[in-house]
Design a protein around this ligand. Structure first.
Ligand SMILES: Cc1cc2nc3c(=O)[nH]c(=O)nc-3n(C[C@H](O)[C@H](O)[C@H](O)COP(=O)(O)OP(=O)(O)OC[C@H]3O[C@@H](n4cnc5c(N)ncnc54)[C@H](O)[C@@H]3O)c2cc1C
Length: 539
């Protein structure tokens, strides 16, 4: 860390989840000097534990959140066009069983969903007879099925990589971005209602502490925003309400996504993702540190039973892994978990408490991170006396670093055959490389280590050494789990895919100079992280 890192920065952003990364990117693209700090790894908080949908949130129509749905649908469209390598169209089927939901309710909901998404590239809603629905989804329970509706949303192949690309883009525009760096205290000057935020104290993994100066601070620490505020939060109601949502992964039995209702009336999804189907989610109040959240046996049983009503013969008992995320929702104490607003609030400590230059995020979604970031940076621009900045909105058009200029379908075919030929790898490996990194596949391949040249080989279908080298050199991967879960998806397999993880460990050891003791420690850390993806034993 260089001395220049002390600032002063125009903006300090605390938290490298989707929201913090989006704010840092937006501010850097508008020309502000930005410092982004993340305590753990990029996207390692709630952002890595979502349903991975870029969606308007059909369910939020029931909560009458029309403005939120419209905003989210606009951001969905932007994600599909600005990050086509990471966000793809996904077809949904909404089966209609009259005792669960009336046909006209579904029709009305989907009509509204289409109306609210004005400019869109995705196909419109459609309706299916019972026979057509069963042809599309043969595993669906046929008894009492009255037909189905279909619609499209976006699926984010890797939210973690979306965040990593936001950080890369922020850096390209001169932002400083430090992972493994914790804000341990805020610096506030003045007294009473005449205070202002001036900086923060940071601590890195080695325990070194230093102060940075910033003219504006955004607290985007998700579930930990109240902890970051520390003494400033004392005597005030918590800014956020935490609710836990879990997912289970079972062997893939669908090629389209299903939206269905559980017995208690909650909607949930069954989503194809890689070799798995992901079933989720739940919504229950959560106390404690979100880092400790895991799926309980009762929550797993709830999802298995709920899905079995619709898919009696699907391999729902073969849970491969689970994951649990904690939402940091706007604190609305007297409302039930599922009904808490999904809107975000940008809490202005200047207006509310007389602390100028400090904002705290409450709520928010992956899909709407860009809009939220734009709103926040408008506030920051005005606070800095640079209201001309508030008129610039570069993220409405700016593509992500790996996005091709041409249409995705054509690009992927052309780039895959180029990668196959130039790197001498098979078509499957070339396709994976291109669809993970988009146009940056060449940067990855050029990352010093030739594919297949690093001694131990990964199991078939596994990562190439250049990917690990790229993650370490360009994307801040410091531990095995950073690569396995957040730079690639190889960790999402039973036991965290130990065969691949061992090879990655040996490659990282070569790149980072780990001795035998450090390798043993890193292996222990990896196993510790995989316990968060565990499968509770029956009963
Ligand atoms: C089960 C579930 C499913 C979801 N599905 C979807 C979906 O399909 N689509 C969608 O749009 N949204 C979805 N969401 C919502 C979405 O995941 C969250 O709103 C979003 O990820 C929150 O991002 P964030 O950046 O605010 O928080 P986080 O991702 O939690 O980031 C906050 C970061 O702050 C860091 N931090 C904490 N303290 C400090 C400190 N002192 N110093 C420095 N850094 C610190 C943390 O390490 C963390 O990385 C889902 C949420 C859940 C729980």
């Amino acid at each position: 860390v260089q001395a220049a890192d002390a600032g002063p920065f125009d903006l300090l952003v605390i938290g490298g989840g989707i929201n913090g990364a989006a704010i840092a990117r937006d501010a850097a693209l508008r020309g502000l000097s930005v410092l982004l700090v993340e305590r753990d790894d990029w996207a390692g908080g709630t952002t890595a534990k979502s349903s991975r949908l870029a969606h308007g949130g059909l369910r939020y129509l029931e909560l009458l959140e029309f403005a939120l749905v419209r905003e989210a649908l606009e951001d969905r469209e932007r994600l599909l066009t600005q990050a086509p390598h990471l966000v793809r169209p996904l077809r949904f089927v909404y089966p209609i069983y009259p005792e669960v939901v009336a046909k006209r309710t579904v029709r009305l909901g989907l009509w509204l969903y289409d109306v609210l998404s004005r400019r869109k590239s995705l196909p419109k809603r459609g309706h299916l007879s019972k026979r057509a629905a069963l042809e599309l989804v043969p595993t669906l329970e046929p008894a009492r099925l009255a037909g189905a509706a279909t619609f499209f949303d976006g699926q984010i192949q890797s939210v973690e990589r979306l965040v990593v690309e936001m950080v890369a883009d922020a850096r390209r525009h001169n932002a400083t971005a430090l992972s493994r760096t914790t804000v341990v205290g805020l610096e506030i000057e003045g007294s009473g209602r005449d205070r202002r935020a001036t900086g923060a104290r940071l601590r890195d993994e080695t325990g070194r502490e230093w102060a940075v100066h910033a003219k504006a601070i955004v607290n985007a620490a998700g579930c930990w925003v109240d902890d970051v505020l520390g003494p400033l939060a004392a005597g005030r109601p918590p800014k956020i309400r935490k609710t836990k949502g879990i997912h289970i992964a079972v062997p893939r039995f669908l090629d389209v996504a299903l939206m269905v209702r559980a017995k208690d009336g909650r909607s949930f999804f069954v989503l194809p993702w890689g070799d798995d189907c992901i079933v989720g989610t739940t919504d229950t109040d959560f106390g404690g540190d979100a880092r400790d959240a895991v799926a309980s046996p009762a929550e797993v049983a709830y999802l298995v039973d709920s899905a079995r009503r619709y898919f009696p013969a699907a391999p729902l008992d073969q849970v491969r892994y689970t994951y649990a995320g904690v939402r940091a929702l706007v604190n609305q104490p007297k409302v039930s978990e599922s009904n808490v607003t999904r809107r975000h609030i940008v809490y202005d400590h200047g207006r509310e408490e007389g602390i100028a230059g400090l904002w705290t995020l409450q709520g928010g979604k992956i899909t709407t991170a860009r809009t939220l970031a734009e709103e926040v940076v408008d506030f920051v621009g005005r606070h800095l006396g640079r209201s001309e900045l508030a008129r610039l909105h570069p993220t409405r058009r700016a593509p992500y670093p790996g996005a091709p200029a041409e249409a995705w379908d054509g690009f992927v075919v052309r780039a895959t055959s180029e990668a196959e030929r130039e790197l001498g790898i098979d078509a499957q490996a070339a396709h994976r490389l291109v669809s993970t990194y988009g146009t940056r596949w060449r940067d990855v391949a050029a990352c010093g280590v030739k594919p297949g040249a690093a001694g131990v080989a990964a199991p078939a279908g596994g990562p190439m050494p250049c990917e690990v080298a790229f993650a370490v050199r360009e994307e801040d991967a410091r531990h095995v789990a950073d690569f396995m879960f957040r730079r690639s998806g190889f960790g999402f397999a039973p036991g965290g895919n130990p065969d691949v993880a061992r090879v990655v460990l040996s490659w990282m050891a070569g790149l980072l100079g780990w001795d035998a003791a450090r390798q043993a420690e890193e292996w222990r850390l990896y196993q510790g992280e995989t316990t968060h993806f565990y499968v509770p034993s029956p009963g």
